[in-house]
Design a protein around this ligand. Structure first.
Ligand SMILES: [Zn+2]
Length: 717
């Protein structure tokens, strides 16, 4: 499972996508006095962002004016005396917000790539105003009535397929947020949302407080087994907290993880484990159990107003899974193999513990990482530093271009410095064209290096997406990473995981470039589907043609030896019992909590009883226990959606096998053509399940995923 790769990854999408030309109905905002951040993009390639003219002093005014223009455009739609049609309502909405979209491009760069205390002050001021602005559109009754009229009409007289899809997605976006309720229910709906938003904040703050306040201090004689780098940062962390001479084990995942892997002190491992997994479950002022019970109750009440049985049914209606039962079925199909593998892993670890431990111990949850690491060293003997010598960033970039050329017929050509403005000298730009026709497709920006003010991790985003409804717009996409810039003349060598992430994010960019949709809304993502394309792209890193041409030793130029690759592949199934079980237990809990009757629900008791009924192995704990499951309770982003990682993994494994089985393997032209046509180019213009069926000739099955993880494939009934 590549959870690590995925957690750092996010696709930024503008609030209101707008990509039309200057045909909007704006009459009373003077466009000649345009703020530079709102101005139309000029220059080569259909216009490019003026990253060389960005000034923080323009941001606030740009957002304010952009929002004002957008609201005027919306008003023009709602006061139109003509009966609602696709053209005068839906298409006009697709066109609106173009200026604001440009302002958001720059705002996003400051937020993610070039943040500063000055920017964060502006951000804190603008965030609630942006959210208020969005509500003004999503709760605009007149606008919704027009959308509904077009939608109702289209049910009787269907529109062309892509227009029908835009109408459906637009209508659902409104309806799912309660736009169709009567006045009294709308009021209750808004009150519930308000209460929920403070509960989410309280939940998140409680977790943060327990992460900051519970620090385990240890002394010099308790450092046995810990790596030098950990000891150094623990000494500094203690000194920062006024405990010079001691060592601080922080209550964060990375600190806890590393301590549990390496510390030889079993009693301390138990203490650190308990501290971490008790976050916001200590019965004190930062306990989250009451918050959870209230959140579940309010979520149920809110979706009941709209006629849904439970929150999961409401949430999943426009996901690929469609119904909670489908997500549950998938999870329960994988679960028995995962917990069976835990038993095998524990047996392996118990053998080592019996051999090296002075006293007889039974593997407990705080022993898992420690002994698993010993099993790993023993069984797999993989030296990550040796692997790095074959992974040089320039070569990896060429490997991605090669892959894009083979699968998508794309060619990447460097754009000479200065031709296209960039926001930092380290950003490089390539032109993407069709290899055969030479047709221009877009520009690819790469911001590869870490710097102060840049957020951590890796991500992909677009400055402009492909659309044709209002004249053809070409794609401006970017990839962003945090590689440490090497000294001049030194190679930049990266780990296997980081190389995989580099491919993953490039997969998002290819998904942007491959788009052939007509309307902006059809470029949107579906949460349990949109990681699939990028996860699939990761698979080309370890194909023979990439290895032999691009994974070369930075000194000798020799390609990565077959034995080393075999070790990497073998190690990929290592510890899958633990990883799958800790993930799935959280994902199952997320779903079951929202399917259960919330009246009188005691979250602690519910969690305990559910784990017993699932036969949860006692040596493993949920990756996120309920009291600190921020994905689900500090907002709604992943509520009843945590399963989505597994869903995308199933598609990834199944689609990869389509290539593996083809005559031309991963470079098979026919499968590649189907990949582009059905899985990449349509974006959200067709139902994802239908698109996948067209690619594979059937639905995805879990067998390939089970093989990937080294689990037994369930027998067919
Ligand atoms: Zn991703």
């Amino acid at each position: 499972m590549k959870n690590t790769a995925k957690i750092g990854c996010l696709i930024a999408v503008g609030l209101i996508a707008g990509c039309g030309t200057q045909q909007s109905a704006v009459t009373n905002v003077n466009k000649t006095e345009m703020n530079p951040l709102l101005a139309e993009w000029t220059g080569p390639y259909g216009g490019v962002p003026a990253f060389d003219k960005m000034s923080l002093s323009d941001v606030k005014a740009a957002l304010e004016k952009g929002m004002a223009i957008n609201l005027i455009e919306i008003d023009a739609i709602t006061i139109n005396p003509a009966a609602p049609t696709f053209k005068n309502t839906i298409e006009a909405m697709e066109r609106a917000g173009e200026e604001l979209g440009r302002a958001f491009t720059y705002y996003g760069i400051w937020g993610s790539n070039m943040s500063s205390p000055e920017f964060r002050t502006i951000q804190a001021e603008m965030a609630p105003r942006i959210s208020e602005f969005s509500s003004k559109i999503s709760q605009n009754e007149k606008l919704f009535q027009r959308v509904k009229a077009v939608y109702d009409k289209s049910k009787i007289n269907p529109l062309p397929a892509d227009q029908q899809r835009v109408v459906q997605l637009t209508y659902e976006n409104f309806a799912m947020e309660g736009a169709d309720l009567n006045a009294a229910d709308k009021k209750r709906y808004a009150d519930i949302n308000k209460e929920l938003s403070s509960l989410y904040t309280s939940f998140a703050n409680n977790v943060l407080a327990d992460e900051e306040n519970y620090v385990t201090y240890i002394t010099k004689d308790q450092l046995s087994g810990l790596p030098e780098s950990f000891v150094k940062s623990a000494a500094k962390a203690a000194a920062d907290r006024g405990q010079t001479g001691k060592y601080a084990v922080l209550n964060t995942r990375s600190s806890m993880d590393e301590f549990l892997i390496y510390s030889d002190e079993r009693a301390l491992r138990e203490k650190v484990w308990n501290t971490y997994y008790s976050r916001s479950d200590n019965g004190d002022t930062h306990d989250n159990n009451a918050n959870i019970a209230q959140i579940l109750k309010l979520r149920r009440e809110r979706v009941k107003l709209m006629g849904y049985d439970n929150y999961a049914a409401w949430r999943l209606q426009n996901r690929m899974a469609k119904k909670p039962e489908n997500a549950m079925d998938l999870m329960m199909a994988v679960w028995p193999a995962a917990i069976a593998r835990v038993n095998e892993e524990v047996a392996d670890m118990q053998k080592i513990a019996d051999a090296i431990s002075k006293t007889k111990i039974t593997i407990a949850p705080w022993d898992y990482r420690y002994y698993a690491e010993k099993v790993r060293a023993d069984k797999y003997n993989l030296n990550s530093d040796e692997v790095k010598q074959y992974l040089e960033l320039g070569n990896l970039t060429q490997a991605m271009f090669f892959t894009a050329g083979e699968l998508f017929n794309f060619q990447f050509t460097p754009v000479s410095k200065g031709k296209v403005p960039v926001f930092h000298p380290d950003v490089n730009v390539w032109e993407v064209t069709d290899k055969t026709s030479g047709k221009h497709i877009g520009l690819w920006y790469l911001d590869a290096f870490a710097r102060t003010g840049k957020r951590s991790g890796a991500w992909a985003t677009t400055y402009r997406s492909h659309t044709t409804f209002d004249g053809k717009k070409t794609v401006l996409a970017s990839n962003n990473s945090n590689f440490v810039k090497p000294a001049l003349g030194e190679p930049l060598l990266v780990s296997w995981d980081d190389a995989t992430t580099f491919f993953h994010e490039f997969g998002h960019a290819l998904h942007f470039f491959a788009s052939d949709v007509k309307y902006p809304t059809l470029n949107s993502g579906v949460r349990d589907y949109t990681e699939f394309q990028s996860q699939l792209l990761e698979r080309w890193l370890s194909t023979d043609r990439v290895i032999n041409q691009f994974l070369k030793h930075h000194k000798t130029g020799q390609p990565m030896p077959a034995e080393l690759l075999a070790k990497i592949r073998k190690a990929s199934t290592f510890n899958q019992g633990f990883e799958t079980t800790e993930f799935l237990s959280s994902a199952l809990m997320d779903m079951k909590l929202h399917l259960a009757d919330p009246n009188g629900l005691d979250p602690d008791k519910f969690e305990r009883e559910t784990l017993v009924s699932l036969n949860m192995p006692k040596e493993v704990v949920m990756r996120h226990r309920t009291p600190h499951f921020g994905h689900v309770f500090s907002g709604e982003g992943y509520a009843t959606g945590y399963y989505g990682y597994l869903w995308a993994d199933v598609l990834t494994a199944d689609a990869a096998e389509a290539f593996a089985e083809a005559p031309g393997g991963f470079y098979d032209k026919d499968v590649a053509a189907k990949l582009v046509k059905y899985l990449f180019a349509p974006r959200n213009s067709m139902d994802p399940a239908e698109a996948y069926r067209l690619f594979r000739g059937r639905d995805a099955s879990i067998d390939a995923l089970m093989r990937d993880r080294g689990f037994a494939v369930p027998e067919k009934k």
